[in-house]
Design a protein around this ligand. Sequence first.
Ligand SMILES: *[C@@H]1O[C@H](CO)[C@@H](O)[C@H](O)[C@H]1NC(C)=O
Ligand SMILES: *[C@@H]1O[C@H](CO)[C@@H](O)[C@H](O)[C@H]1NC(C)=O
Ligand SMILES: *[C@@H]1O[C@H](CO)[C@@H](O)[C@H](O)[C@H]1NC(C)=O
Ligand SMILES: *[C@@H]1O[C@H](CO)[C@@H](O)[C@H](O)[C@H]1NC(C)=O
Length: 283
Amino acid sequence: MFASLFLTSLTAVAKVSANCAHGTSVFPRLPNVTVSTFGYDALKGPLNWYALNKTANAACEKGTTQSPIVINSTISRVQGSTLNWTVPDYSDGAEFQNLGTNVEVIVDGSLVDMSSGAAYSLAQFHFHTPAEHRVEDEFYPMEMHWVFESEGTATPQFAVVAFLVELCESPGCTDPVLAAVFSTIDDIAVPGEAAMTGPLAFGQLIDKFENSQVYRYGGSLTTPPCTENVDWLISTESLYIDVPTWLSVKKVIKYNARYTQDVLGGVNLLQNAADDLCKSTSD
Ligand SMILES: *[C@@H]1O[C@H](CO)[C@@H](O)[C@H](O)[C@H]1NC(C)=O
Ligand SMILES: *[C@@H]1O[C@H](CO)[C@@H](O)[C@H](O)[C@H]1NC(C)=O
Ligand SMILES: *[C@@H]1O[C@H](CO)[C@@H](O)[C@H](O)[C@H]1NC(C)=O
Ligand SMILES: *[C@@H]1O[C@H](CO)[C@@H](O)[C@H](O)[C@H]1NC(C)=O
C-alpha cells in the first residue's frame, strides 16, 4: 500500500516536472505538424482507404502483396549483416512528431543491400500499437518501422526495417532507444504537436539487427497509398518495453494497426468481399 502510494506520488511529480519543462530549452515546443487525413476508425479506416482516393490508393483495395501479414516458417530469412544500416547518433535528440495516426522521429540514415547494391535513404521511424505483423499468429504490443526510400530510381522504392516490441517487467528493461524516444511522449500528447526526443544512440539497436536473422518478404506500405514492392526486413529479435512506458505510449498513439492482409499473392480481401457482394446481389 505504502509502496504503491509512494510510486503514485513519484509518477505525479515526474508528470508535473515534464509539463513544466515543456516549451523550455530542455523540451522545446516545436512548430505544429500537419496531421494525417486517413485514420483507423469508421470511414477513415483501412476498410475505406481506397475510397479516400481511388487513384492514389488503388493498391489498398486491389493489391495482392499487401502488408501486414502473418509471418511463419515459410517466410525467408537473411542474415542482418547483409544489409548495411547506418544512423548517426543525435546527442541532443531528434524531432518527434504526433501526426494523429502515428508518432514519428525524423533522423538521417542509410541502408544498402550488399547483395543487390540497392541503396536507400532513411525518411523517419515510427510506431504502431498494437503491432501490425504477427508471428505464427501471435500479436505483439508494439512495432517499430524504419522507412527507407530508394536513391536514384525513377519511381520510389521502399524498404522498411521493422522490430516487434515485447513487454518486459524489470526496471530499466526498456531498450535504450525506446526509452530515449518515449521520455518525451507526454510533450506530444496532442495530434499536431512536436518536441525533441531524449539523446539518441543507435549502435546497440543496429548491432541487434546485424547480428540476427531477419525475415524478408516483398509487401506494401501499411498506410495509404499501400504502395507495393516494399522490401520488408523484420528482425527475428524483438525489442523490449516496460509496462508503464508502453501504457503511456498507447495513451498517445492509441490504435493504429492495419488489419492482417491475405497471404502473399492471394486475392485482396477487400476485392474478395466486393466480388462476393456483387455475386450475391446478382443471384
Ligand atoms: C498547436 O497545437 C496545439 C495543440 O493542439 C494547439 O493548442 C496550438 O494552438 C497549435 N498552435 C498552432 C500555431 O497552430
Ligand atoms: C488523389 O491522389 C492523386 C495522386 O496522388 C492526387 O493528384 C489527387 O489530388 C488526389 N485527390 C484527392 C481528392 O485528394
Ligand atoms: C504459413 O502460412 C501460410 C500462409 O498463411 C500457410 O499457407 C502455411 O500453411 C503456413 N505454414 C506453416 C508451416 O505454418
Ligand atoms: C556501410 O555504410 C557506411 C556508410 O555509408 C560506410 O562508411 C561503410 O564502409 C559501409 N560498410 C560496409 C561493410 O560496406
